[in-house]
Design a protein. Structure first.
Length: 301
């Protein structure tokens, strides 16, 4: 159910479904909170699933003179966590929502006390992810130089981030363009943090997360052009409590491409964290072996 709510000092679009331990998704403006419908279909029977479009993101309006930086968005995100109302929150951080969520966690406000675990899918963990990718322009994060200019350009850019382009249907592309053009092309482009500043900030936020000991689950699409396995392994060295699961044939949008896998991962993660169970070790892929006494196949005879 989508409603307009007063979160902190802003009127924003909030989407909420289901009952139970809260899972709060935070994403950036490639599409609206509707992008989590598929995951919510799998989670909402036993979880309260929430997502928010902050000013300049997705479906939420933003004033033409609005100028929010990452710290402002992190503060607003804290207000949204308070809105969730109870402790035991699972944060699901994606794309630009990832550094904003890490910023919020590092601030250590009273709202952080509501958070019991963090789920990370593909997003901005290191400043060098943006360099040379044409994702944010040069010199300034979200400077606006590389932003899509029309539906065709936007759809072409969007397809580059899907592990399997066939998982993106036209309704996703259209919804993404609408929210992108109403949000990012206006207010979100004012997130003017330099790469150097952001790189320093991200380092501190990652270190803070590692020192916190809060349980972390990473569900990372292997085909994401903005971050590969080596990047995730580096992250695990800095955040040793993180459980890492690489998702084959999945790109930048696991919640759209494999929503059932994401939902199953979150459900299992929450259950184990609630029981105080140790992190689950990923199971190695089984190798097929031919028994020594196996009969030869017809082709071998």
């Amino acid at each position: 159910m989508e409603t307009t709510q007063q979160i902190g000092a802003h009127r924003v679009k909030v989407w909420e479904e289901g009952h139970g331990p809260p899972v709060v998704f935070f994403y950036d403006s490639w599409h609206t909170s509707h992008g989590f419908y598929a995951v919510s279909d799998h989670l909402s029977e036993k979880h309260r699933v929430l997502s928010m479009d902050p000013p300049g993101f997705g479906a939420s309006p933003g004033a033409s003179d609005l100028s929010l930086d990452l710290n402002d968005y992190a503060e607003l995100f804290g207000e949204f966590v308070r809105y969730a109302g109870i402790r035991g929150v699972t944060l699901a951080l994606c794309d630009l929502g990832l550094p904003i969520g890490l910023n919020f966690l590092a601030e250590g406000t009273d709202a952080v006390e509501h958070v019991e675990r963090v789920v990370i899918t593909n997003g901005l963990l290191y400043g060098e992810q943006a360099a040379g990718r044409g994702l944010f322009g040069q010199g300034m994060l979200l400077s606006g130089r590389e932003l899509p200019i029309d539906r065709v350009h936007h759809r072409r850019r969007l397809l580059q981030f899907f592990g399997d382009p066939n998982t993106m249907d036209e309704s996703i592309a259209e919804d993404a363009w609408y929210s992108f053009s109403k949000g990012r092309l206006n207010d979100q482009a004012k997130l003017a943090k330099t790469f150097d500043d952001l790189k320093s900030d991200l380092e501190g936020w990652r270190r803070s997360l590692g020192e916190s000991g809060i349980p972390v689950l990473v569900l990372w699409g292997e085909e994401d052009p903005s971050g590969d396995r080596k990047l995730v392994e580096k992250f695990q060295e800095e955040v040793p409590q993180a459980e890492i699961y690489m998702l084959p044939d999945v790109g930048h949008f696991p919640h759209l491409e494999v929503p059932d896998v994401v939902a199953d991962g979150i459900r299992d993660f929450v259950k184990r964290a609630q029981r105080g169970a140790p992190p689950r070790e990923p199971e190695p892929a089984a190798e097929e072996e031919t028994p020594d006494d196996a009969s030869p196949s017809p082709e071998d005879q």
